[in-house]
Design a binder for this molecule. Structure first.
Ligand code: HEM
Length: 456
């Protein structure tokens, strides 16, 4: 089946939708003989619930995931078993800490006022074309860096400076995507010889590691001098983490701290900016939805405490991530062979790819209008939000490894959306091609170019 994959590669996500729709939500992909590229492709909620929740123990991230995502080291995204449990519990305690959440809200509000709005005002005044995706990526990079390291790289400024770190992360995401498809022996050989994407990945990781090493050593030095910080961040938290409570964490190791911080930076950066970019594009295609959101903001919103009243905005954001999940797929491998609820037998250490993108578009799961953008499907008759089970709406994952930043991400999406929609109108530049890049994060391949005007 490799030749058809190669032909369909530029539209691989939509190809998966067609295949899964035609094959009752499960499809066994056969790669080249002995290449180790066979996998079961699924968008079947019964299998997804089984893999991610009811038989979670049989589906660790496993050694192959760790190899493919080696740049994340021992951070939470690639960790398993007891280390993952310690990381999960400690992450949970900081992400749900009142002081951290307050810091997250105030940092977002201040970045919108001092970073986003001046750039939009400049685009209005000078009538220049703006790439919304680039702007949102800079925004979320600055915010995640503030929350994870306590350091603001100021990548979102009028000058739009080159951001070496962000470019390095883009390269690593692309290289990791291709590692899923290539025979292990091939990408390992490329890595060893130092050619192609593997060479780019190695070079870009040098930049990432240098930057993180500087940040970590200067924080250790400041803390050693007794400097007290006014707001919480992940780096300081882990340098001081209680190892009597979390026995497997290694706060003295710079490599360990690097892995923890880098994994969280990646988890938080491109996911939220991807959701924002697709959201504004969908709004530009659906002016009726934009008008309803605007009406809701005008009638129900006064200050950030009112964000939870914005039910239609929440519905439109959920609908965006149903159709364009920032993480389009998840990759799993059983420790022991078993039969899935669909009847498919999976061998131990075989590959299962859950297409989160296809799941959101399956007619048998979402109805005949599955491919339409309809925020109304998320609203109950009494006006409240309809909560879909996470194995059906999988954007934030499901089961014990559900996204730890979900509430934070939704808060950030709403803060940005409200301030922009209240103050500006956008026009999509005509003639540009809107398509997703084939990578681990669903970004737009050519960005999203717009012109901006101020609301009167
Ligand atoms: C729209 C934004 C976001 C989406 C759609 C999203 C989605 C996801 C998904 C699908 C996973 C599972 C990944 C896997 O198992 O391989 C995940 C895990 C995770 N996310 Fe998010 N995420 C978002 C934002 C954030 C933010 C802002 C943070 C942190 C502040 C965050 C922190 C995490 C962490 C720590 C995990 C690992 C959980 C674990 O393995 O136990 N995410 N996220």
């Amino acid at each position: 089946m490799v030749p058809s994959l190669v032909v369909q590669f530029p539209r691989v996500y939509d190809w998966m939708v067609e295949i899964l729709e035609a094959s009752d939500l499960n499809f066994a992909f056969k790669g080249a003989w002995f290449s180790g590229t066979d996998f079961l492709l699924t968008a079947d909620p019964r299998n997804i619930h089984h893999i991610l929740s009811s038989n979670f123990k049989n589906y660790p991230k496993g050694p192959e995931f760790k190899k493919i995502f080696d740049v994340l080291g021992d951070g939470i995204v690639a960790a398993d078993s007891m280390l993952w449990e310690d990381l999960r519990k400690s992450n949970h305690s900081i992400f749900h800490h009142k002081g951290f959440l307050e810091h997250a809200v105030s940092s977002n509000i201040s970045k919108v006022k001092k970073g986003l709005l001046p750039i939009l005002d400049k685009a209005v005044e000078e009538n220049i074309i703006l790439d919304l995706q680039d702007m949102f990526q800079r925004f979320t990079f600055d915010i995640s860096s503030i929350l994870m390291t306590g350091y603001d790289p100021m990548s979102l400024s009028i000058e739009m400076p080159e951001v070496e770190f962000a470019e390095a992360v883009d390269i690593s995401e692309e290289a990791i995507f291709y590692r899923h498809l290539k025979p292990v022996i091939l990408w390992k050989l490329q890595k060893w010889i130092g050619v192609g994407l593997e060479k780019k990945l190695r070079d870009s990781m040098v930049a990432v590691d240098e930057m993180l090493a500087k940040i970590i050593s200067s924080r250790r030095e400041e803390l050693g001098r007794g400097k007290r910080e006014t707001s919480m961040n992940v780096l300081t938290y882990y340098i001081n983490v209680d190892t009597t409570k979390y026995k497997l964490l290694k706060p003295r190791s710079d490599k360990f701290i690097r892995d923890v911080v880098f994994s969280l930076l990646i988890a938080a950066r491109d996911t939220t900016s991807s959701a924002l970019t697709w959201f504004f594009w969908l709004l530009s295609m659906h002016p009726n939805v934009m008008a309803k959101i605007q009406h809701e903001i005008n009638t129900k919103y006064d200050n950030p405490a009112d964000l939870e009243k914005l039910v239609y905005l929440h519905a439109a954001l959920s609908e965006t991530m149903r159709l364009y999940p920032p993480l389009p797929f998840n990759h799993k491998s059983p420790s022991e062979s078993e039969v899935l609820p669909s009847g498919h037998k999976v061998e131990a250490h075989s590959k299962i790819v859950i297409s989160i993108y296809a799941l959101g578009r399956m007619r048998s799961v979402w109805g005949e209008d599955a491919s339409d953008f309809k925020p109304e499907r998320w609203i109950l008759e009494d006006g409240g939000i309809r909560h879909e089970p996470s194995y059906k709406f999988l954007a934030f994952n499901s089961g014990p490894r559900t996204c730890l930043g979900k509430n934070l991400a939704l808060l950030q999406l709403k803060i940005v959306a409200v301030d922009i929609i209240r103050n500006y109108d956008f026009k999509i530049v005509e003639g540009q091609k809107i398509e997703p890049v084939t990578s681990v994060i669903l970004t737009m391949k050519h960005g999203l170019k717009v012109t901006v005007s101020k609301k009167i």
